[in-house]
Design a protein around this ligand. Structure first.
Ligand code: SAH
Ligand code: SF4
Length: 359
């Protein structure tokens, strides 16, 4: 194929993606059906859990969309103790969740690096090496990622948020701490170091068009990601982006667009892991189950101790903030069955794509 044809080919693929993202009625239903079938054929109906521990809302960054950004003085900052984090890990292990996600605001410091390294080793120890560990701790030096990998983390989630550098600038301060290039370099470093690498975007941001979202999907494909977590953008009153709220799609439409993104991605990348983002549930109580029925296969039950959940408010209306982890369990079991899924208890549920890529 000559260069012109390749460009033409890519353009046609982009157009097709935009068409799917704009689809409605019978065409949309057909998209959802296709995604469901492809998921069934490629990876089956098993849903894997990642117990999510939001262990601190202390953050050194100032992303314009996020409720726990550094400059939001209305946030009560908290930090779980090591013992509380390890208790959450014990809980995940006892419930046979298979994996854990450690997430927090972004902190870059030698003491933070050392603390995470210590926790990783302790979590491996308490679960006799059986609990899988995903980190979602933002941008870090390559050496830091390396140390954490050696200490037992094997998956990392770092959303690109938007793959378009101009849009990225609109959602972040123009300083070296918030550069698009660094984010991209971090993603490459994670992949090279051997992590199962996950990224994702927010859907329904101000200034974002279907063409941008189509480009986001192509970015994920070109980058050859192993896992994706993406969900609707939900405005937060104490953030700079809030002033553009009049321009946003209604919440229900953002939700619908997020489902179409998930379904389209499942067709584009049949064997990756796709998480049903919590933000979906903030809009529709059955949001995550709906995501599972159109292509998602990973669920991240929140196992942060209940009293801290209110303070990890990245966006408004975060679901289940009043519950304790053990209250979530029966609820989840029933919910997955509703989405015709089956829970892979005690399994890592690694991305098939990663296993194939590694060979
Ligand atoms: N500090 C880490 C991890 C916590 S934030 C990081 O930034 O990677 C995790 C994700 O929450 C972000 O990647 C972003 O996509 C999402 N998020 C933040 N604010 C949001 C909002 N207002 N609506 C929806 N998702 C949001
Ligand atoms: Fe901090 Fe992550 Fe929120 Fe940005 S998105 S302000 S890095 S917690």
């Amino acid at each position: 194929m000559d260069a012109e044809n390749i460009v033409g080919h890519e353009q046609a693929e982009r157009e097709k993606l935009i068409e799917l993202l704009n689809s409605d009625g019978a065409v949309k239903e057909e998209l959802f059906r296709n995604a469901r079938e492809i998921k069934q054929q490629e990876i089956g109906n098993r849903v894997h859990f990642r117990g999510l521990v939001e262990f601190s809302n202390i953050c050194g960054k100032n992303c314009y969309y996020c409720g726990i950004r550094r400059s939001n003085k209305n946030v009560r900052r908290y930090q779980l103790t090591d013992e509380q984090i390890l208790d959450a890990a014990r809980f995940a292990h006892a419930q046979r969740y298979g994996s854990l996600v450690l997430q927090s605001g972004e902190v870059e410091s030698p003491s933070f690096t050392g603390r995470i390294e210590h926790l990783l080793r302790e979590i491996k120890k308490l679960s006799a090496g059986t609990l899988g560990i995903t980190l979602s701790l933002g941008e870090q030096q390559r050496e830091v990622y390396e140390r954490w990998f050696e200490a037992g983390a094997h998956r990392y989630l770092l959303r690109i948020e938007t793959s378009n550098p101009q849009l990225y600038r609109k959602y972040h301060p123009a300083d070296p701490l918030h550069g698009y290039q660094r984010r991209l370099e971090c993603l490459h470093a994670l992949k090279e170091l051997g992590y199962q690498t996950g990224t994702g975007v927010m859907i329904g941001l101000p200034f974002q068009e279907p063409g941008h979202l189509a480009d986001d999907l192509l970015f994920m494909k070109d980058f050859d990601v192993d896992m994706v977590g993406m969900g609707p953008y939900i405005e937060h009153p104490f953030t700079p982006l809030y002033r553009f709220r009049e321009q946003l799609l209604p919440l229900q439409e953002r939700f619908d667009l997020a489902l179409k993104m998930i379904a389209t991605l499942r067709i584009l990348m049949p064997d990756i892991n796709i998480a049903a983002a919590t933000a979906l549930q903030a809009i529709d109580p059955m949001g995550r189950e709906k995501a599972i029925s159109v292509g998602a296969n990973i669920l991240m039950p929140n196992i942060t101790p209940g009293k801290y959940r209110n303070d990890y408010a990245l966006y408004e209306n975060k679901p289940c903030v009043d519950e304790e982890p053990d209250e979530c369990l029966n609820c989840l079991d029933a919910r997955i069955k509703l989405a015709e899924g089956e829970i892979g208890y005690g399994e890592w549920g690694d991305s098939r794509h990663f296993l194939k890529r590694r060979g």
